[in-house]
Design a protein. Structure first.
Length: 292
């Protein structure tokens, strides 16, 4: 089994997982000499925020034969600037594990990686941020179908709130959230789908209060179980019943029923998205997209 260093967050070696854990679906084994780096935001306060990225890394190694997989964080260990110290491959494909083209994925990540003394001796290439992949809306729509069925929500009484971070530091940071909300408007049977943001308009609190429906699903378009998902969103919505980290979680607010789902980045189907992005899955294959 590939060894996972809890501090470095790196897996090495060819697939040593038992054959029973491997899918029989066709895949391309990643050749030795190339590493995949999942670069996530992380959190200094919520240690579990990196679990999703680490789990996707484990699956890339176990199920897709990626020779070397590493995980690094903007907040957490290893950092963007130090992770190259622990990667042996000369070629590295960096996957920004972010929901959008934004300040961290477009500016901070390339800058911090380039500070490492090994950077100039490695061939480093970047993919698009995971959250911008066209399969994300499909995965989310499938997930919403499960949520509506599980909680027996009535479409005519239900609103879906797609929550992104947003920032004024990057002009396109809101685009993937807006695109996701637009897709769900056409593909999820409910009365109302609205985007909302924590740090730019339309703000989460105002959008939430303006909803007329009495059943509301809150979808955090984040990549991990961060402070924003676990504490910030419930606090800003003034939910009457505290929610735990077991999602989907049900609460109430002013007589309305509120379902808060997990972060989008925790969906097991995202492993197949990342595998496709780094060339380990044919672009026209959907075999893995429904796993998990």
């Amino acid at each position: 089994m590939p060894e996972l260093d809890p501090l470095l967050g790196i897996m090495t070696g060819k697939n040593r997982y038992p054959s029973s854990t491997r899918s029989t679906a066709p895949r391309t084994l990643d050749p030795p000499g190339r590493a995949v780096l999942l670069a996530a935001h992380g959190s200094r306060c919520q240690l579990q925020s990196g679990i999703g990225a680490r789990e996707h890394a484990r699956r890339l190694s176990a199920e897709y034969g990626v020779h070397e997989v590493a995980v690094a964080f903007r907040q957490g260990k290893p950092s963007f600037s130090e992770v190259l110290n622990s990667i042996s491959s000369r070629e590295i494909t960096v996957v920004p594990f972010f929901s959008c083209h934004g300040y961290f994925s477009q500016r901070v990540l390339p800058r911090e990686l380039s500070l490492n003394r090994h950077y100039s001796r490695r061939r480093v290439q970047f993919t698009e941020p995971v959250g911008t992949h066209p399969r994300i809306p499909v995965l989310v729509a499938q997930r919403m179908g499960e949520i509506f069925h599980r909680f027996q929500l009535k479409p005519e009484r239900t609103a879906l709130l797609v929550v992104g971070h947003g920032t004024h530091r990057h002009a396109t940071s809101a685009s993937s959230t807006l695109n996701l909300a637009s897709h769900l408007t056409k593909n999820v049977p409910c009365a109302n789908v609205q985007p909302a943001f924590l740090d730019e308009r339309p703000f989460l609190e105002e959008t939430f209060q303006n909803l007329s429906q009495d059943q509301i699903v809150v979808l955090p378009f984040f990549m991990g179980e961060s402070y924003h998902v676990l504490q910030d969103i419930p606090r800003r919505l003034a939910l009457e019943n505290p929610i735990s980290d077991r999602f989907p979680a049900e609460s109430t607010q002013a007589g309305r029923r509120v379902i808060v789902d997990r972060a989008v980045g925790l969906d097991p189907g995202l492993t197949a998205v990342v595998a496709e992005m780094v060339g380990c899955l044919p672009t026209d294959s959907g075999d893995r997209m429904s796993e998990g």
